[in-house]
Design a protein around this ligand. Structure first.
Ligand code: FHN
Length: 622
């Protein structure tokens, strides 16, 4: 990357000064918005843009292999906590007319509660039963290795003593003014080795500057100031954004450009942060992680790490009326399914008005923890990923840790029956056992079919069968130095390239303001990489391109990816069989015709987990 984010941020000048601003009060009771004009030093767009500009690459590393994300990729299972002023209603609002409306964290909006009334009720919010140690212990008991708690949901109510306004748990509640629940949870999580992250809603129903494009920069200043407070005072491992989507009531001015700025700002504050894709507009070019919600993708997500967030009943915030609790078996099957596709599971609890986790949720979480602790079954989840070497079966899922496959069986075969797997590449089966049982298991391979024949009943649901495999050894890591790269200040490769260099990898997210080099304008350019690529296994490799605006990839002269329709951040893939140790020629072309720009080249094979193609396997043109 050409410039570090500190360069990006130094040029902004005003923002660090802003962040020490004294407390501002604003409220909607009077409709008045009183502000010390001198207290806000608005960033101006030219300063922001000057700070980045041509030559900036916003991709800081490969999230699939970076040390920064290692813990997240291994821990797989987190606790989501939705807790805010909305919790004080416990899911039910009775209007002055006596009508009863039920919701959860959207109750203010969905039950049409006037903001003045909502603020009045928040003054009586007193979550005196919030017990950070109990919550962190529950997460640990459940096997949830990180927590993400709502620091500010759409209602704008901050759950920490922010200095930016008085719409928060310290200044606007009946709660003990000496307490800080985020600080309590940070201490309790740290004490149990559980990472802590914060959810933060961009969409703000309370801030009067939010819904108006002309005053939105003032909201952004306060948002930046709050995020700096969270990072500086609590050192979260994760920032989990939400409320980024185009919407009204109130109108949401947030744009992808705002996400570019915010992500750069945050990475400048803490380069180790893990940031989800809702920091921008929930796309593959935004943040580090994709965020499917209440669903599980059918296969490993390409181009980005991913985490499925789900409720444990039907509501995110506490809702007394919602007794639709999922079973431990259902929840555990979701966990093993997600891990088998290289994803993380963020499972939510909604504490009640006193801050207590519902017993029904705690019981289910402890049931999942019991399953994980039994029989070594957690090997199917922690540090596990999609198997690569076999297709997903119909009777359950398969995850992999090194030379072990973990078959989580949902549908146990009838007595004498068997389970089959379809192999995608050559490997031998070295043995198999049912975790938690002494029964013998016969596992054999014939052609592309692996047959597993247990000789007893299931142990639990899921029951896990560990299958040992021996794959062909990879060839030694290559001695590559990267690909030959050429860049033109036009979108059609015309004339002599302005820039020639060797690129160690193709891992570029130029977004709106960046470009391959300071001599290349951000709005219009073309890029070409050439050389050869050396696989370490002889098998089918899937090349994955994250590109904007166009991409073409040739391997050994064969067009493997061809997307010349100008597009926003997009994933394209193509598969080709390669020979271990052989240097296959590669040619990759990308063009930028305005707006955002990006080009990342990843690969994966049955024995190669998804990654940016490493420098060791790339060789420049002779
Ligand atoms: O509107 C929110 C919702 O309240 C909840 O926070 C979920 C959890 O990710 N996110 C939004 C809906 O997508």
């Amino acid at each position: 990357m050409k410039h570090g984010f500190s360069r990006y941020f130094r040029a902004l000048g005003s923002l660090p000064a802003l962040l020490g601003v004294p407390l501002l009060f604003y409220g909607c009771q009077s409709g008045a918005f009183t502000e010390d004009e001198g207290a806000i030093h608005p960033m101006n767009r030219s300063q922001e843009l000057a700070a980045s500009g041509p030559g900036t690459n916003y991709a800081i590393d490969d999230p699939f292999t970076a040390a920064r994300t290692a813990w997240w990729r291994q821990d797989r299972f987190g606790m989501f906590i939705h807790f805010g002023a909305y919790s004080h209603y416990e899911g039910e609002y009775t209007s002055p007319s006596g009508s009863v409306c039920k919701n959860a964290e959207w109750i203010k909006r969905e039950c049409n509660i006037p903001m003045s009334e909502y603020e009045q009720f928040a003054k009586t919010f007193n979550p005196s039963g919030f017990d950070a140690n109990a919550i962190a212990s529950l997460a640990a008991d459940a096997g949830q290795r990180y927590i993400v708690i709502t620091s500010k949901h759409h209602e704008g109510y901050a759950m920490w003593p922010t200095k930016v306004n008085t719409w928060n748990l310290r200044d606007h509640s009946a709660f003990d003014k000496t307490r800080d629940i985020l600080a309590e949870l940070k201490r309790a999580s740290d004490a149990r080795g559980v990472k802590l992250g914060f959810y933060y809603s961009i969409w703000d129903w309370h801030d009067p500057d939010f819904p108006n494009a002309s005053t939105f920069p003032k909201y952004k200043e306060r948002m930046y100031a709050q995020l700096k407070e969270l990072i500086t005072n609590y050192h979260p491992a994760i920032l989990w954004f939400d409320g980024e989507w185009d919407t009204t009531n109130p109108y949401n001015p947030w744009k992808a450009e705002d996400g570019e700025q915010l992500e750069a700002y945050l990475r400048d504050l803490d380069p180790n942060l893990i940031i989800n894709n809702r920091v921008g507009k929930r796309r593959v070019a935004d943040g580090d992680t994709g965020t499917p919600e209440q669903e599980i993708p059918n296969e490993p997500v390409l181009g980005q790490l991913w985490e499925s967030c789900m409720t444990i009943n039907g509501s995110w915030g506490y809702a007394r009326h919602d007794q639709n609790w999922k079973s431990v078996t259902d929840l555990t099957r979701k966990l093993t399914t997600i891990a088998s596709r290289s994803g993380n599971y963020l499972l939510n609890v909604g504490p009640d008005a006193l801050g207590r986790v519902p017993a029904e949720a705690a019981t289910r979480l402890r049931g999942m923890g019991s399953w994980l602790r039994a029989n070594g079954q957690s090997n199917a989840v922690y540090q596990a990923e999609s198997p690569g070497v076999v297709d997903e079966p119909s009777w359950g899922v398969v995850s992999r840790r090194g030379n072990k496959l973990y078959a989580s069986v949902y549908n146990w075969p009838a007595s004498g029956g068997s389970l089959t797997l379809h192999a995608r590449t050559s490997f031998n089966v070295t043995g198999a056992r049912v975790l938690g049982s002494s029964q013998t298991v016969n596992a054999t391979r014939s052609g592309d079919t692996v047959t597993i024949r247990p000789n007893g009943g299931r142990v639990g649901d899921p029951t896990v069968i560990e299958v040992g495999i021996a794959t062909a050894a990879p060839t030694p890591a290559g001695s590559g130095t990267g690909l030959s790269a050429q860049f033109w200040p036009n979108a059609n490769f015309s004339g002599e390239p302005t820039v020639r260099r060797t690129d160690a990898r193709v891992n570029y997210n130029w977004k709106f303001t960046g470009s391959p080099a300071s001599q290349i304008p951000a709005e219009t350019f073309s890029s070409r990489w050439t050389g050869s690529i050396e696989p370490r296994y002889s098998e089918a490799y899937t090349f994955i391109a994250m590109s904007d605006d166009t991409v073409r990839l040739w391997i050994d002269g064969q067009l493997v990816i061809d997307n010349t329709s100008p597009h926003g951040p997009q994933i394209d893939r193509g598969t080709v069989t390669l020979q271990a140790g052989h240097h296959h020629t590669i040619r990759l072309e990308q063009t930028e015709r305005g707006g955002e720009a990006s080009m990342k080249l990843l690969w994966m094979s049955p024995n190669t987990p998804q990654e940016i193609v490493p420098v060791t396997q790339l060789y420049p043109s002779p």
